[in-house]
Design a protein around this ligand. Structure first.
Ligand SMILES: Nc1ncnc2c1ncn2[C@@H]1O[C@H](COP(=O)(O)OP(=O)(O)OP(=O)(O)O)[C@@H](O)[C@H]1O
Ligand SMILES: [Mg+2]
Length: 244
């Protein structure tokens, strides 16, 4: 096992009030899992990623993870620096670590190939589509070779055809890099398409309602969306969602 959430409880406290965001959340993530977390808005999905990355501390419980655990983070918005071209955005995390440019560029060129943007290394973010920007954000998150890639509704702002295209690309990236990915979405179809394991959360305070294994081949193609098995899985999860 790579990572375990053990009875995580999170309460946000501010002057006026306390908000209980998560309650007794437990799950296990194996190395190379594509683990999706789905649940209604405000149920604590982003909070789980923040605890895993160490951005916030849990009020109760613990995250058991290896020492020197490094994560890459991809947000809903690509958050690229407008004044840097594609390759200079990708190397930013290495620059912060003080790694030499030559070495950083070498790694970045490999990642440009991985995200299919080889011809765009000198282009500035304003000249990229939303989907291309998000691919650059994925490369930037991978450049430090993290154990785990955390993705918080990375395709939520994209139109449907672009989202589907990026879903197949992310599936390929997952297979090629053999990374462990923890992926947050409220799109059931997207979660089933990408994952080998899905945690369904209840509404706030988020609890784990169900953990499902998705028994589909590693390679996911768009025609899968029309298969009976896929549609059945999506329906089953959507129904478990409805009752909260
Ligand atoms: N810093 C904070 N201070 C106080 N309350 C917070 C803070 N961050 C989040 N919350 C509250 O905690 C709950 C869970 O928030 P979180 O952002 O984790 O939900 P989410 O599942 O990611 O929602 P969404 O799907 O809308 O992104 C929400 O009710 C939110 O308002
Ligand atoms: Mg969120």
């Amino acid at each position: 096992m790579l990572l375990e959430a053990k009875n995580i409880g999170i309460t946000y406290t501010s002057k006026e009030k306390e908000v209980k965001a998560l309650d007794k959340v437990s799950f296990e993530v194996e190395s190379r899992d594509f683990f999706s977390i789905i649940g209604p808005s405000g149920c604590g999905k982003t909070t789980i990623l923040k605890v895993i990355s160490g951005l916030i501390k849990s009020t109760k419980g613990e995250i058991v993870k290896p020492e020197d655990f490094e994560v890459g983070y991809v947000f809903q918005e690509p958050t690229l620096l407008e004044w840097r071209n594609v390759i200079d955005n990708i190397i930013l995390p290495l620059e912060i670590k003080g790694i030499a440019k030559k070495e950083s560029y070498k790694k970045a060129r490999k990642l440009l190939k991985l995200i299919n943007l080889e011809g765009f290394k000198n282009v500035y973010p304003k000249d990229l589509s939303g989907g291309m920007k998000q691919r650059v954000a994925i490369a930037r998150a991978l450049i430090c070779e993290p154990e785990v890639l955390l993705m918080d509704e990375p395709f939520g702002a994209l139109d449907e055809p672009t989202r589907l295209k990026l879903n197949t690309e992310l599936n390929r990236i997952w297979r090629e890099t053999k990374k462990t990915i923890i992926f947050v979405t409220h799109n059931v179809q997207e979660a089933v398409f990408l994952s080998n394991k899905i945690a369904v959360l209840t509404k706030r305070p988020g609890k784990v309602k169900k953990i499902l294994k998705i028994d589909l081949p590693e390679e996911r193609k768009l025609k899968l969306l029309d298969s009976e098995k896929f549609i059945k899985l999506v329906t089953r999860i959507r129904k478990s969602f409805e009752g909260y």
